[in-house]
Write a protein of this length. Structure first.
Length: 167
């Protein structure tokens, strides 16, 4: 199993409702089997090395194209992990999609948007082992931090940094 890691160290402090900073988001890519662990600090800019690692990790796994990923996705993932009280890593189904990949997927499925935020690096599709995807969806909706799509038959939740909406 390939592994990638980026470490950014900030002093630990209590924020919000007992949350501790820094928070770590752990990811496993279901297609590449790569793993990534990133430290997230709310309201602060991420390290350039951590962002580069995220961009590479969430690349279009079909073409290898790399695109900048919106760091706000990390904060959404960290908050969602806290909200459901999970212990394990998110399993990533899809991050960035090149326009070419998005067009091919759109031809195969009505569930792929022409103007998908995946093409802008502003969306991620995930599941969280040990947490029912419907529960994950409900917690994401409760965050009111962007779009939330639920794909029950494929067992994943779409999260994005666009306007608040649900499907």
């Amino acid at each position: 199993m390939a592994a990638a890691a980026a470490a950014v160290v900030w002093p630990s402090r209590v924020i919000g409702a007992g949350r501790r900073e820094p928070r770590v988001v752990e990811l496993v890519h279901t297609h590449t089997r790569e793993q990534l662990s990133l430290t997230v600090r709310a309201g602060a800019s991420q390290s350039p090395d951590a962002l580069a690692a995220l961009d590479r990790f969430l690349r279009d796994h079909r073409t290898g194209d790399i695109h900048p990923i919106d760091p706000a996705l990390l904060e959404i993932l960290a908050d969602l992990h806290d909200a459901v009280g999970a212990a394990g890593p998110f399993h990533v189904i899809s991050g960035y999609r090149s326009p070419r990949t998005n067009a091919v997927l759109r031809e195969r499925s009505r569930g792929v948007a022409a103007g998908s935020l995946h093409v802008e690096g502003r969306a991620i599709d995930v599941r969280l082992p040990g947490v029912d995807s419907a529960r994950l969806r409900d917690a994401a909706i409760g965050l009111r931090r962007g779009g939330v799509g639920y794909y029950a038959s494929s067992d994943f939740v779409h999260l994005d940094t666009g306007r608040v909406r649900v499907w």
